[in-house]
Design a protein around this ligand. Sequence first.
Ligand code: SIN
Length: 312
Amino acid sequence: MKKIDTTASINGIKLPLCIMNASGVLCTTEQELSNLLNSFSGGIVTKSCTYKPRKGNVIPRYFEWNIGSINSMGLPNLGINFYLSFLEKKKINKPIFLSISGLSKEENYFLVKKANESSKITAIELNLSCPNIVEKEKMLGYDFYQISNFIENIFKFNKKPLGIKLPPYFREEHIKNMALVLNQFPIFFVTCINSLPNGLFIDPMKESVVIRPKKGFGGIGGSIIKPFALANIHKFYTYLRKDISIIGCGGISSGKDIFEHILCGASAVQIGTQFMKEGISVFERLKKELIFILEKKNYSSINSFKGKLKNF
Ligand code: SIN
């Protein structure tokens, strides 16, 4: 039987496996990050950090049901200095993506500068799409006017591979316009998509919302958002410069879901809600399921079918 290659390249960054965690899920504390270092995941994305540690929003702030999740975490994190010193102490065996999500543009400039000082960080994932912060300036991922100038300023000093975590877009013109902006800069990758903002899940028995912050409104993740993730990945694959890789995120709970993300153009994938539900063993299971599909389809690597979704 042919050996199946499930490694990935994100614009030259080599991942031993094309599957990693999504920022936010079980990647905040020393213990969680150590578990990821010892796991099958092909890379590690840290919880989006700010300059100062944050407790985040009031609890309950996360809820899941059979096909989805809702969260309004509010960026609970231990502050950038914790993540930099944790990485300094550790033997690193896979690419590290430091996720940053400053509360203002100035804070983001500062955080990117700090990240540039660490040799342990492979790449920066700049999160411009957190839907849960009240005190934050307008979400930059939806601000087509400010984002260009913001990214231009970042690349005046940034020397690290840098990618951007985007919110979902629901109109083709928005994806096209965002791709036109991103194509002007030496961006390594985009991560599509963050949770669907402003969802509401309710408990009809209790006649109540299920999370406390923002009167129950939060970001929706899990299987129900997969069609939106696939649509965004495929459209960005069409409009982005070919050297900008896409990391797929949204609705993955099986090897088949990963196959679909890659078919739409993803070079690697991140697991959020399903990692939360299943824990650290999820990466090994998904790898096995992906290999099973590739064997059946007689594909030897993810590059054999990446982006090759057929139309009628
Ligand atoms: C949060 O901490 O509120 C979630 C972060 C995100 O969705 O980007």
